[in-house]
Each structure stands twice: as structure tokens, then as C-alpha cells.
Design a binder for this molecule. Structure first.
Ligand code: APR
Length: 334
């Protein structure tokens, strides 16, 4: 009988590698990593196997139990048999942003990559919970959800946890209080129109709006909305430490069944779809996570100003859905 949960991470680049490493360090799960081999001059090398071995040896050095394995795959979808038995699959494969690029600039290339990967997950891990990280994440989550045909509770995108962590960082630095006592949610699409919710943000129970002047709060909102871009401009590629930690937070909530409320991009329909005015889209909203995946979608209250920001954010996701549908149809993946 399998005792430990297995988390497969597809794409072992910056985000995937750090995710695998952090997951292994937590000691909660076994980790399988998947990535392409690459040419180094004449030689074909398999970095994913080397990275897995390196992480496995790190566990030995720290006396942590756990199994970490690496598997080479092809862009056409060969090599995914080891997905079998995965409880959770995290998709980080694909291109990251470079300076000057929006997340939407990645759409076409990353959809082709994820179309193949989603079909392999469907084939080898039909019971898994899937966390999509590849950008533009709300559109990629939608595409993966459509291809997989899994219940909506088992497909979610990671963005809100990261955006909220960025917001908390900026608030905590500004008021010089531990981020542990800062409660702040960022919802909406993972783009420049994301919605930091001020009306319910608080520090040790005191509303944020009573702790900082409005202009300062607006500054923090802007910095959060462009928080990803700030790092792209500094590093020349997109962030990976905080994204990896945010994925781990979601995985841990699922594996330990701790019922945390975390903002995740999920498919919205029915009553919650109507509440959020986002039926038929994947957008970031607070959800309760447990071992079934998304166990409840929370209808968070918004003041009028936030509702207006929310609508703009939803529109920025909606305007690209037709392109996603076209790309999926062109690939015959639906
Ligand atoms: N199959 C498997 N792996 C692939 C494929 C594929 N078809 N195509 C690319 N990859 C792998 C690359 O080989 C690389 O190792 O995906 C990995 C991506 O890693 P990075 O280029 O380092 O990108 P990273 O910073 O990890 O970002 C990955 O997550 O946060 C998002 O915007 C980010 O979309 C980007 C994704």
C-alpha cells in the first residue's frame, strides 16, 4: 500500500525545481519531477534527473525522509508513465516572462505545451488534483480544466497566494509588523488588474484602512499589482522563490486536509459564478482547500470600489477566452 502522497511537478525550471526542493524539505510527500532533456554540445544531458538526485542528497544531509525522482519527457508527450499514482500534479512547464512581456504574450506557446501535458495527466493520473502555475495562469487553468474534463474541484491555478504574499510583504514592511499578523487577500485575474481587497485587510484585527493613509494604501496596491513585473525587471526572468512557496502552501493544505482559505484560480459557474459575474471563466477567488481539492468557493464581500476593480479584472481574463478556445480547437484538444 502506498503510504506517502506523491506530488508530480511537470517542468523543473526555476519554479518547478524550487517547488520540488521545498516540498521535499517539508518531508510530507514524495516528489517526481518531469522535464525535457537538452543538448550540451554533442551530448544529450538530463538536468531533471540531476536535480532530483541533488535534492534527494540534500534530504540525506538534513536527515529528512522522502523520495525524489526525475524523469525526462519529450515535447510530444513521451515519458509520462511515472505520473501514475500521483495524488497532485503541479504544472510549471512553459516559458516565463522576459522584461517588457505581459503574461498574455506567453499564451500561444504555453497552450501548445500544456495541451500535450494535460492529455498525459488525463491518461496516467486521472484521479489527481491539478495545480496550474504556467502563465497566463487564469487562461492556462481554463485550458487545462477543459482538456482534462475533471470535476472543477480538482483543477486550480496558483496566483492569489503569491499575489497576497506580495501584498502582505509590502504592508508588513510599511507598518513594521510581522507578515504573520497581516491578513490580506488578493483576488481576480493574475494580471495588472488584480484586486487587493482593502475592506477586509487587517493587521492584528485592526482594519488596514485605519492604519495607513489612503494614498499609501494605493501605492501598496499598485506595487502589488506590478509585483511580478518588478522582479522580472530586476532579474531578467520571472520570480520563483515566492511562487514555489505559494505552491507548497496549496499542496500542504490539500495533503494535510487543513481546510485553509486560500485565493486560487478556479472555474466559476452556478451561484458563485453569478455572484462573481464570471460564469465560465477561471479567476482567482478565496476557496477552502482540503484533500478533495477545492471544497468550497467563498463569496467574499466587496465594497463598491472593489466590485468595480473586480469587474475590470474579470474582463481582462474574459477578453482572451475566445483566443484560448480557438487555440484549443485548432489543436483538436477539446
Ligand atoms: N514539457 C516539459 N517541460 C517543458 C516543456 C515541455 N513541453 N517545455 C518547457 N519545459 C520546461 C523547460 O525545460 C524548463 O525547465 O519548463 C521549464 C520552465 O522553467 P523556466 O524556463 O525556468 O521558467 P520558470 O521561471 O520556472 O516559469 C515557468 O511558471 O510562473 C510561471 O510565468 C512562469 O509560465 C512560467 C512558468
Amino acid at each position: 500500500m502506498k503510504m506517502r502522497k506523491v506530488v508530480s511537478v511537470i517542468g523543473a525550471g526555476n519554479v518547478g525545481e524550487h517547488t520540488a526542493s521545498l516540498l521535499a524539505l517539508r518531508g510530507l510527500v514524495d516528489v517526481r519531477m518531469f522535464d525535457l532533456p537538452r543538448r550540451d554540445g554533442e551530448k544529450l544531458i538530463e538536468p531533471v534527473k540531476g536535480k532530483a538526485l541533488d535534492i534527494q542528497q540534500m534530504l540525506s544531509a538534513l536527515n529528512i525522509d522522502g523520495k525524489v525522482e526525475g524523469f525526462s519527457v519529450s515535447p510530444e508527450g513521451e515519458g509520462y508513465e511515472a505520473l501514475e499514482g500521483s495524488d497532485i500534479v503541479v504544472i510549471t512547464a512553459g516559458f516565463p516572462r522576459k522584461p517588457g512581456m505581459s503574461r498574455e504574450d506567453l499564451l500561444d506557446k504555453n497552450i501548445s505545451i500544456l495541451s500535450v501535458i494535460a492529455q498525459k495527466i488525463k491518461e496516467y493520473a486521472p484521479e489527481a488534483i491539478v495545480i496550474v502555475v504556467t502563465n497566463p495562469v487564469d487562461l492556462m487553468t481554463y485550458a487545462v480544466y477543459k482538456i482534462l474534463g475533471f470535476e472543477k474541484s480538482r483543477v486550480m491555478g496558483m496566483a492569489g497566494v503569491l499575489d497576497s504574499a506580495r501584498f502582505k510583504t509590502f504592508i508588513s514592511k510599511e507598518i513594521k509588523i510581522s507578515p504573520m499578523d497581516v491578513h490580506a487577500y488578493v483576488i481576480g485575474g493574475h494580471g495588472d488588474e488584480m484586486v487587493p481587497l482593502i475592506s477586509i485587510s487587517n493587521v492584528g484585527g485592526i482594519p488596514l484602512k485605519d492604519m495607513l493613509p489612503r494614498e499609501k494604501i494605493q501605492e501598496l496596491i499598485k506595487r502589488t499589482q506590478f509585483g511580478g513585473g518588478e522582479i522580472v525587471d530586476l532579474m531578467g526572468t520571472s520570480a520563483y522563490h515566492a511562487p514555489a512557496a505559494s505552491i507548497v502552501e496549496m499542496v500542504e493544505a490539500i495533503v494535510t486536509d487543513n481546510k485553509r482559505i486560500l485565493p486560487c484560480s478556479v472555474y466559476l459557474e452556478g451561484d458563485v459564478g453569478k455572484y462573481y459575474e464570471a460564469e465560465g471563466l477561471c479567476v482567482g477567488v478565496p476557496v477552502k482547500l482540503g484533500n478533495c481539492g477545492v471544497e468550497e468557493i467563498i463569496k467574499i464581500p466587496m465594497i463598491e470600489e472593489e466590485r468595480q476593480m473586480w469587474k475590470r479584472s474579470v474582463e481582462s481574463v474574459r477578453k482572451n477566452i475566445a483566443i484560448v478556445e480557438e487555440l484549443l480547437n485548432a489543436r483538436n484538444t477539446l
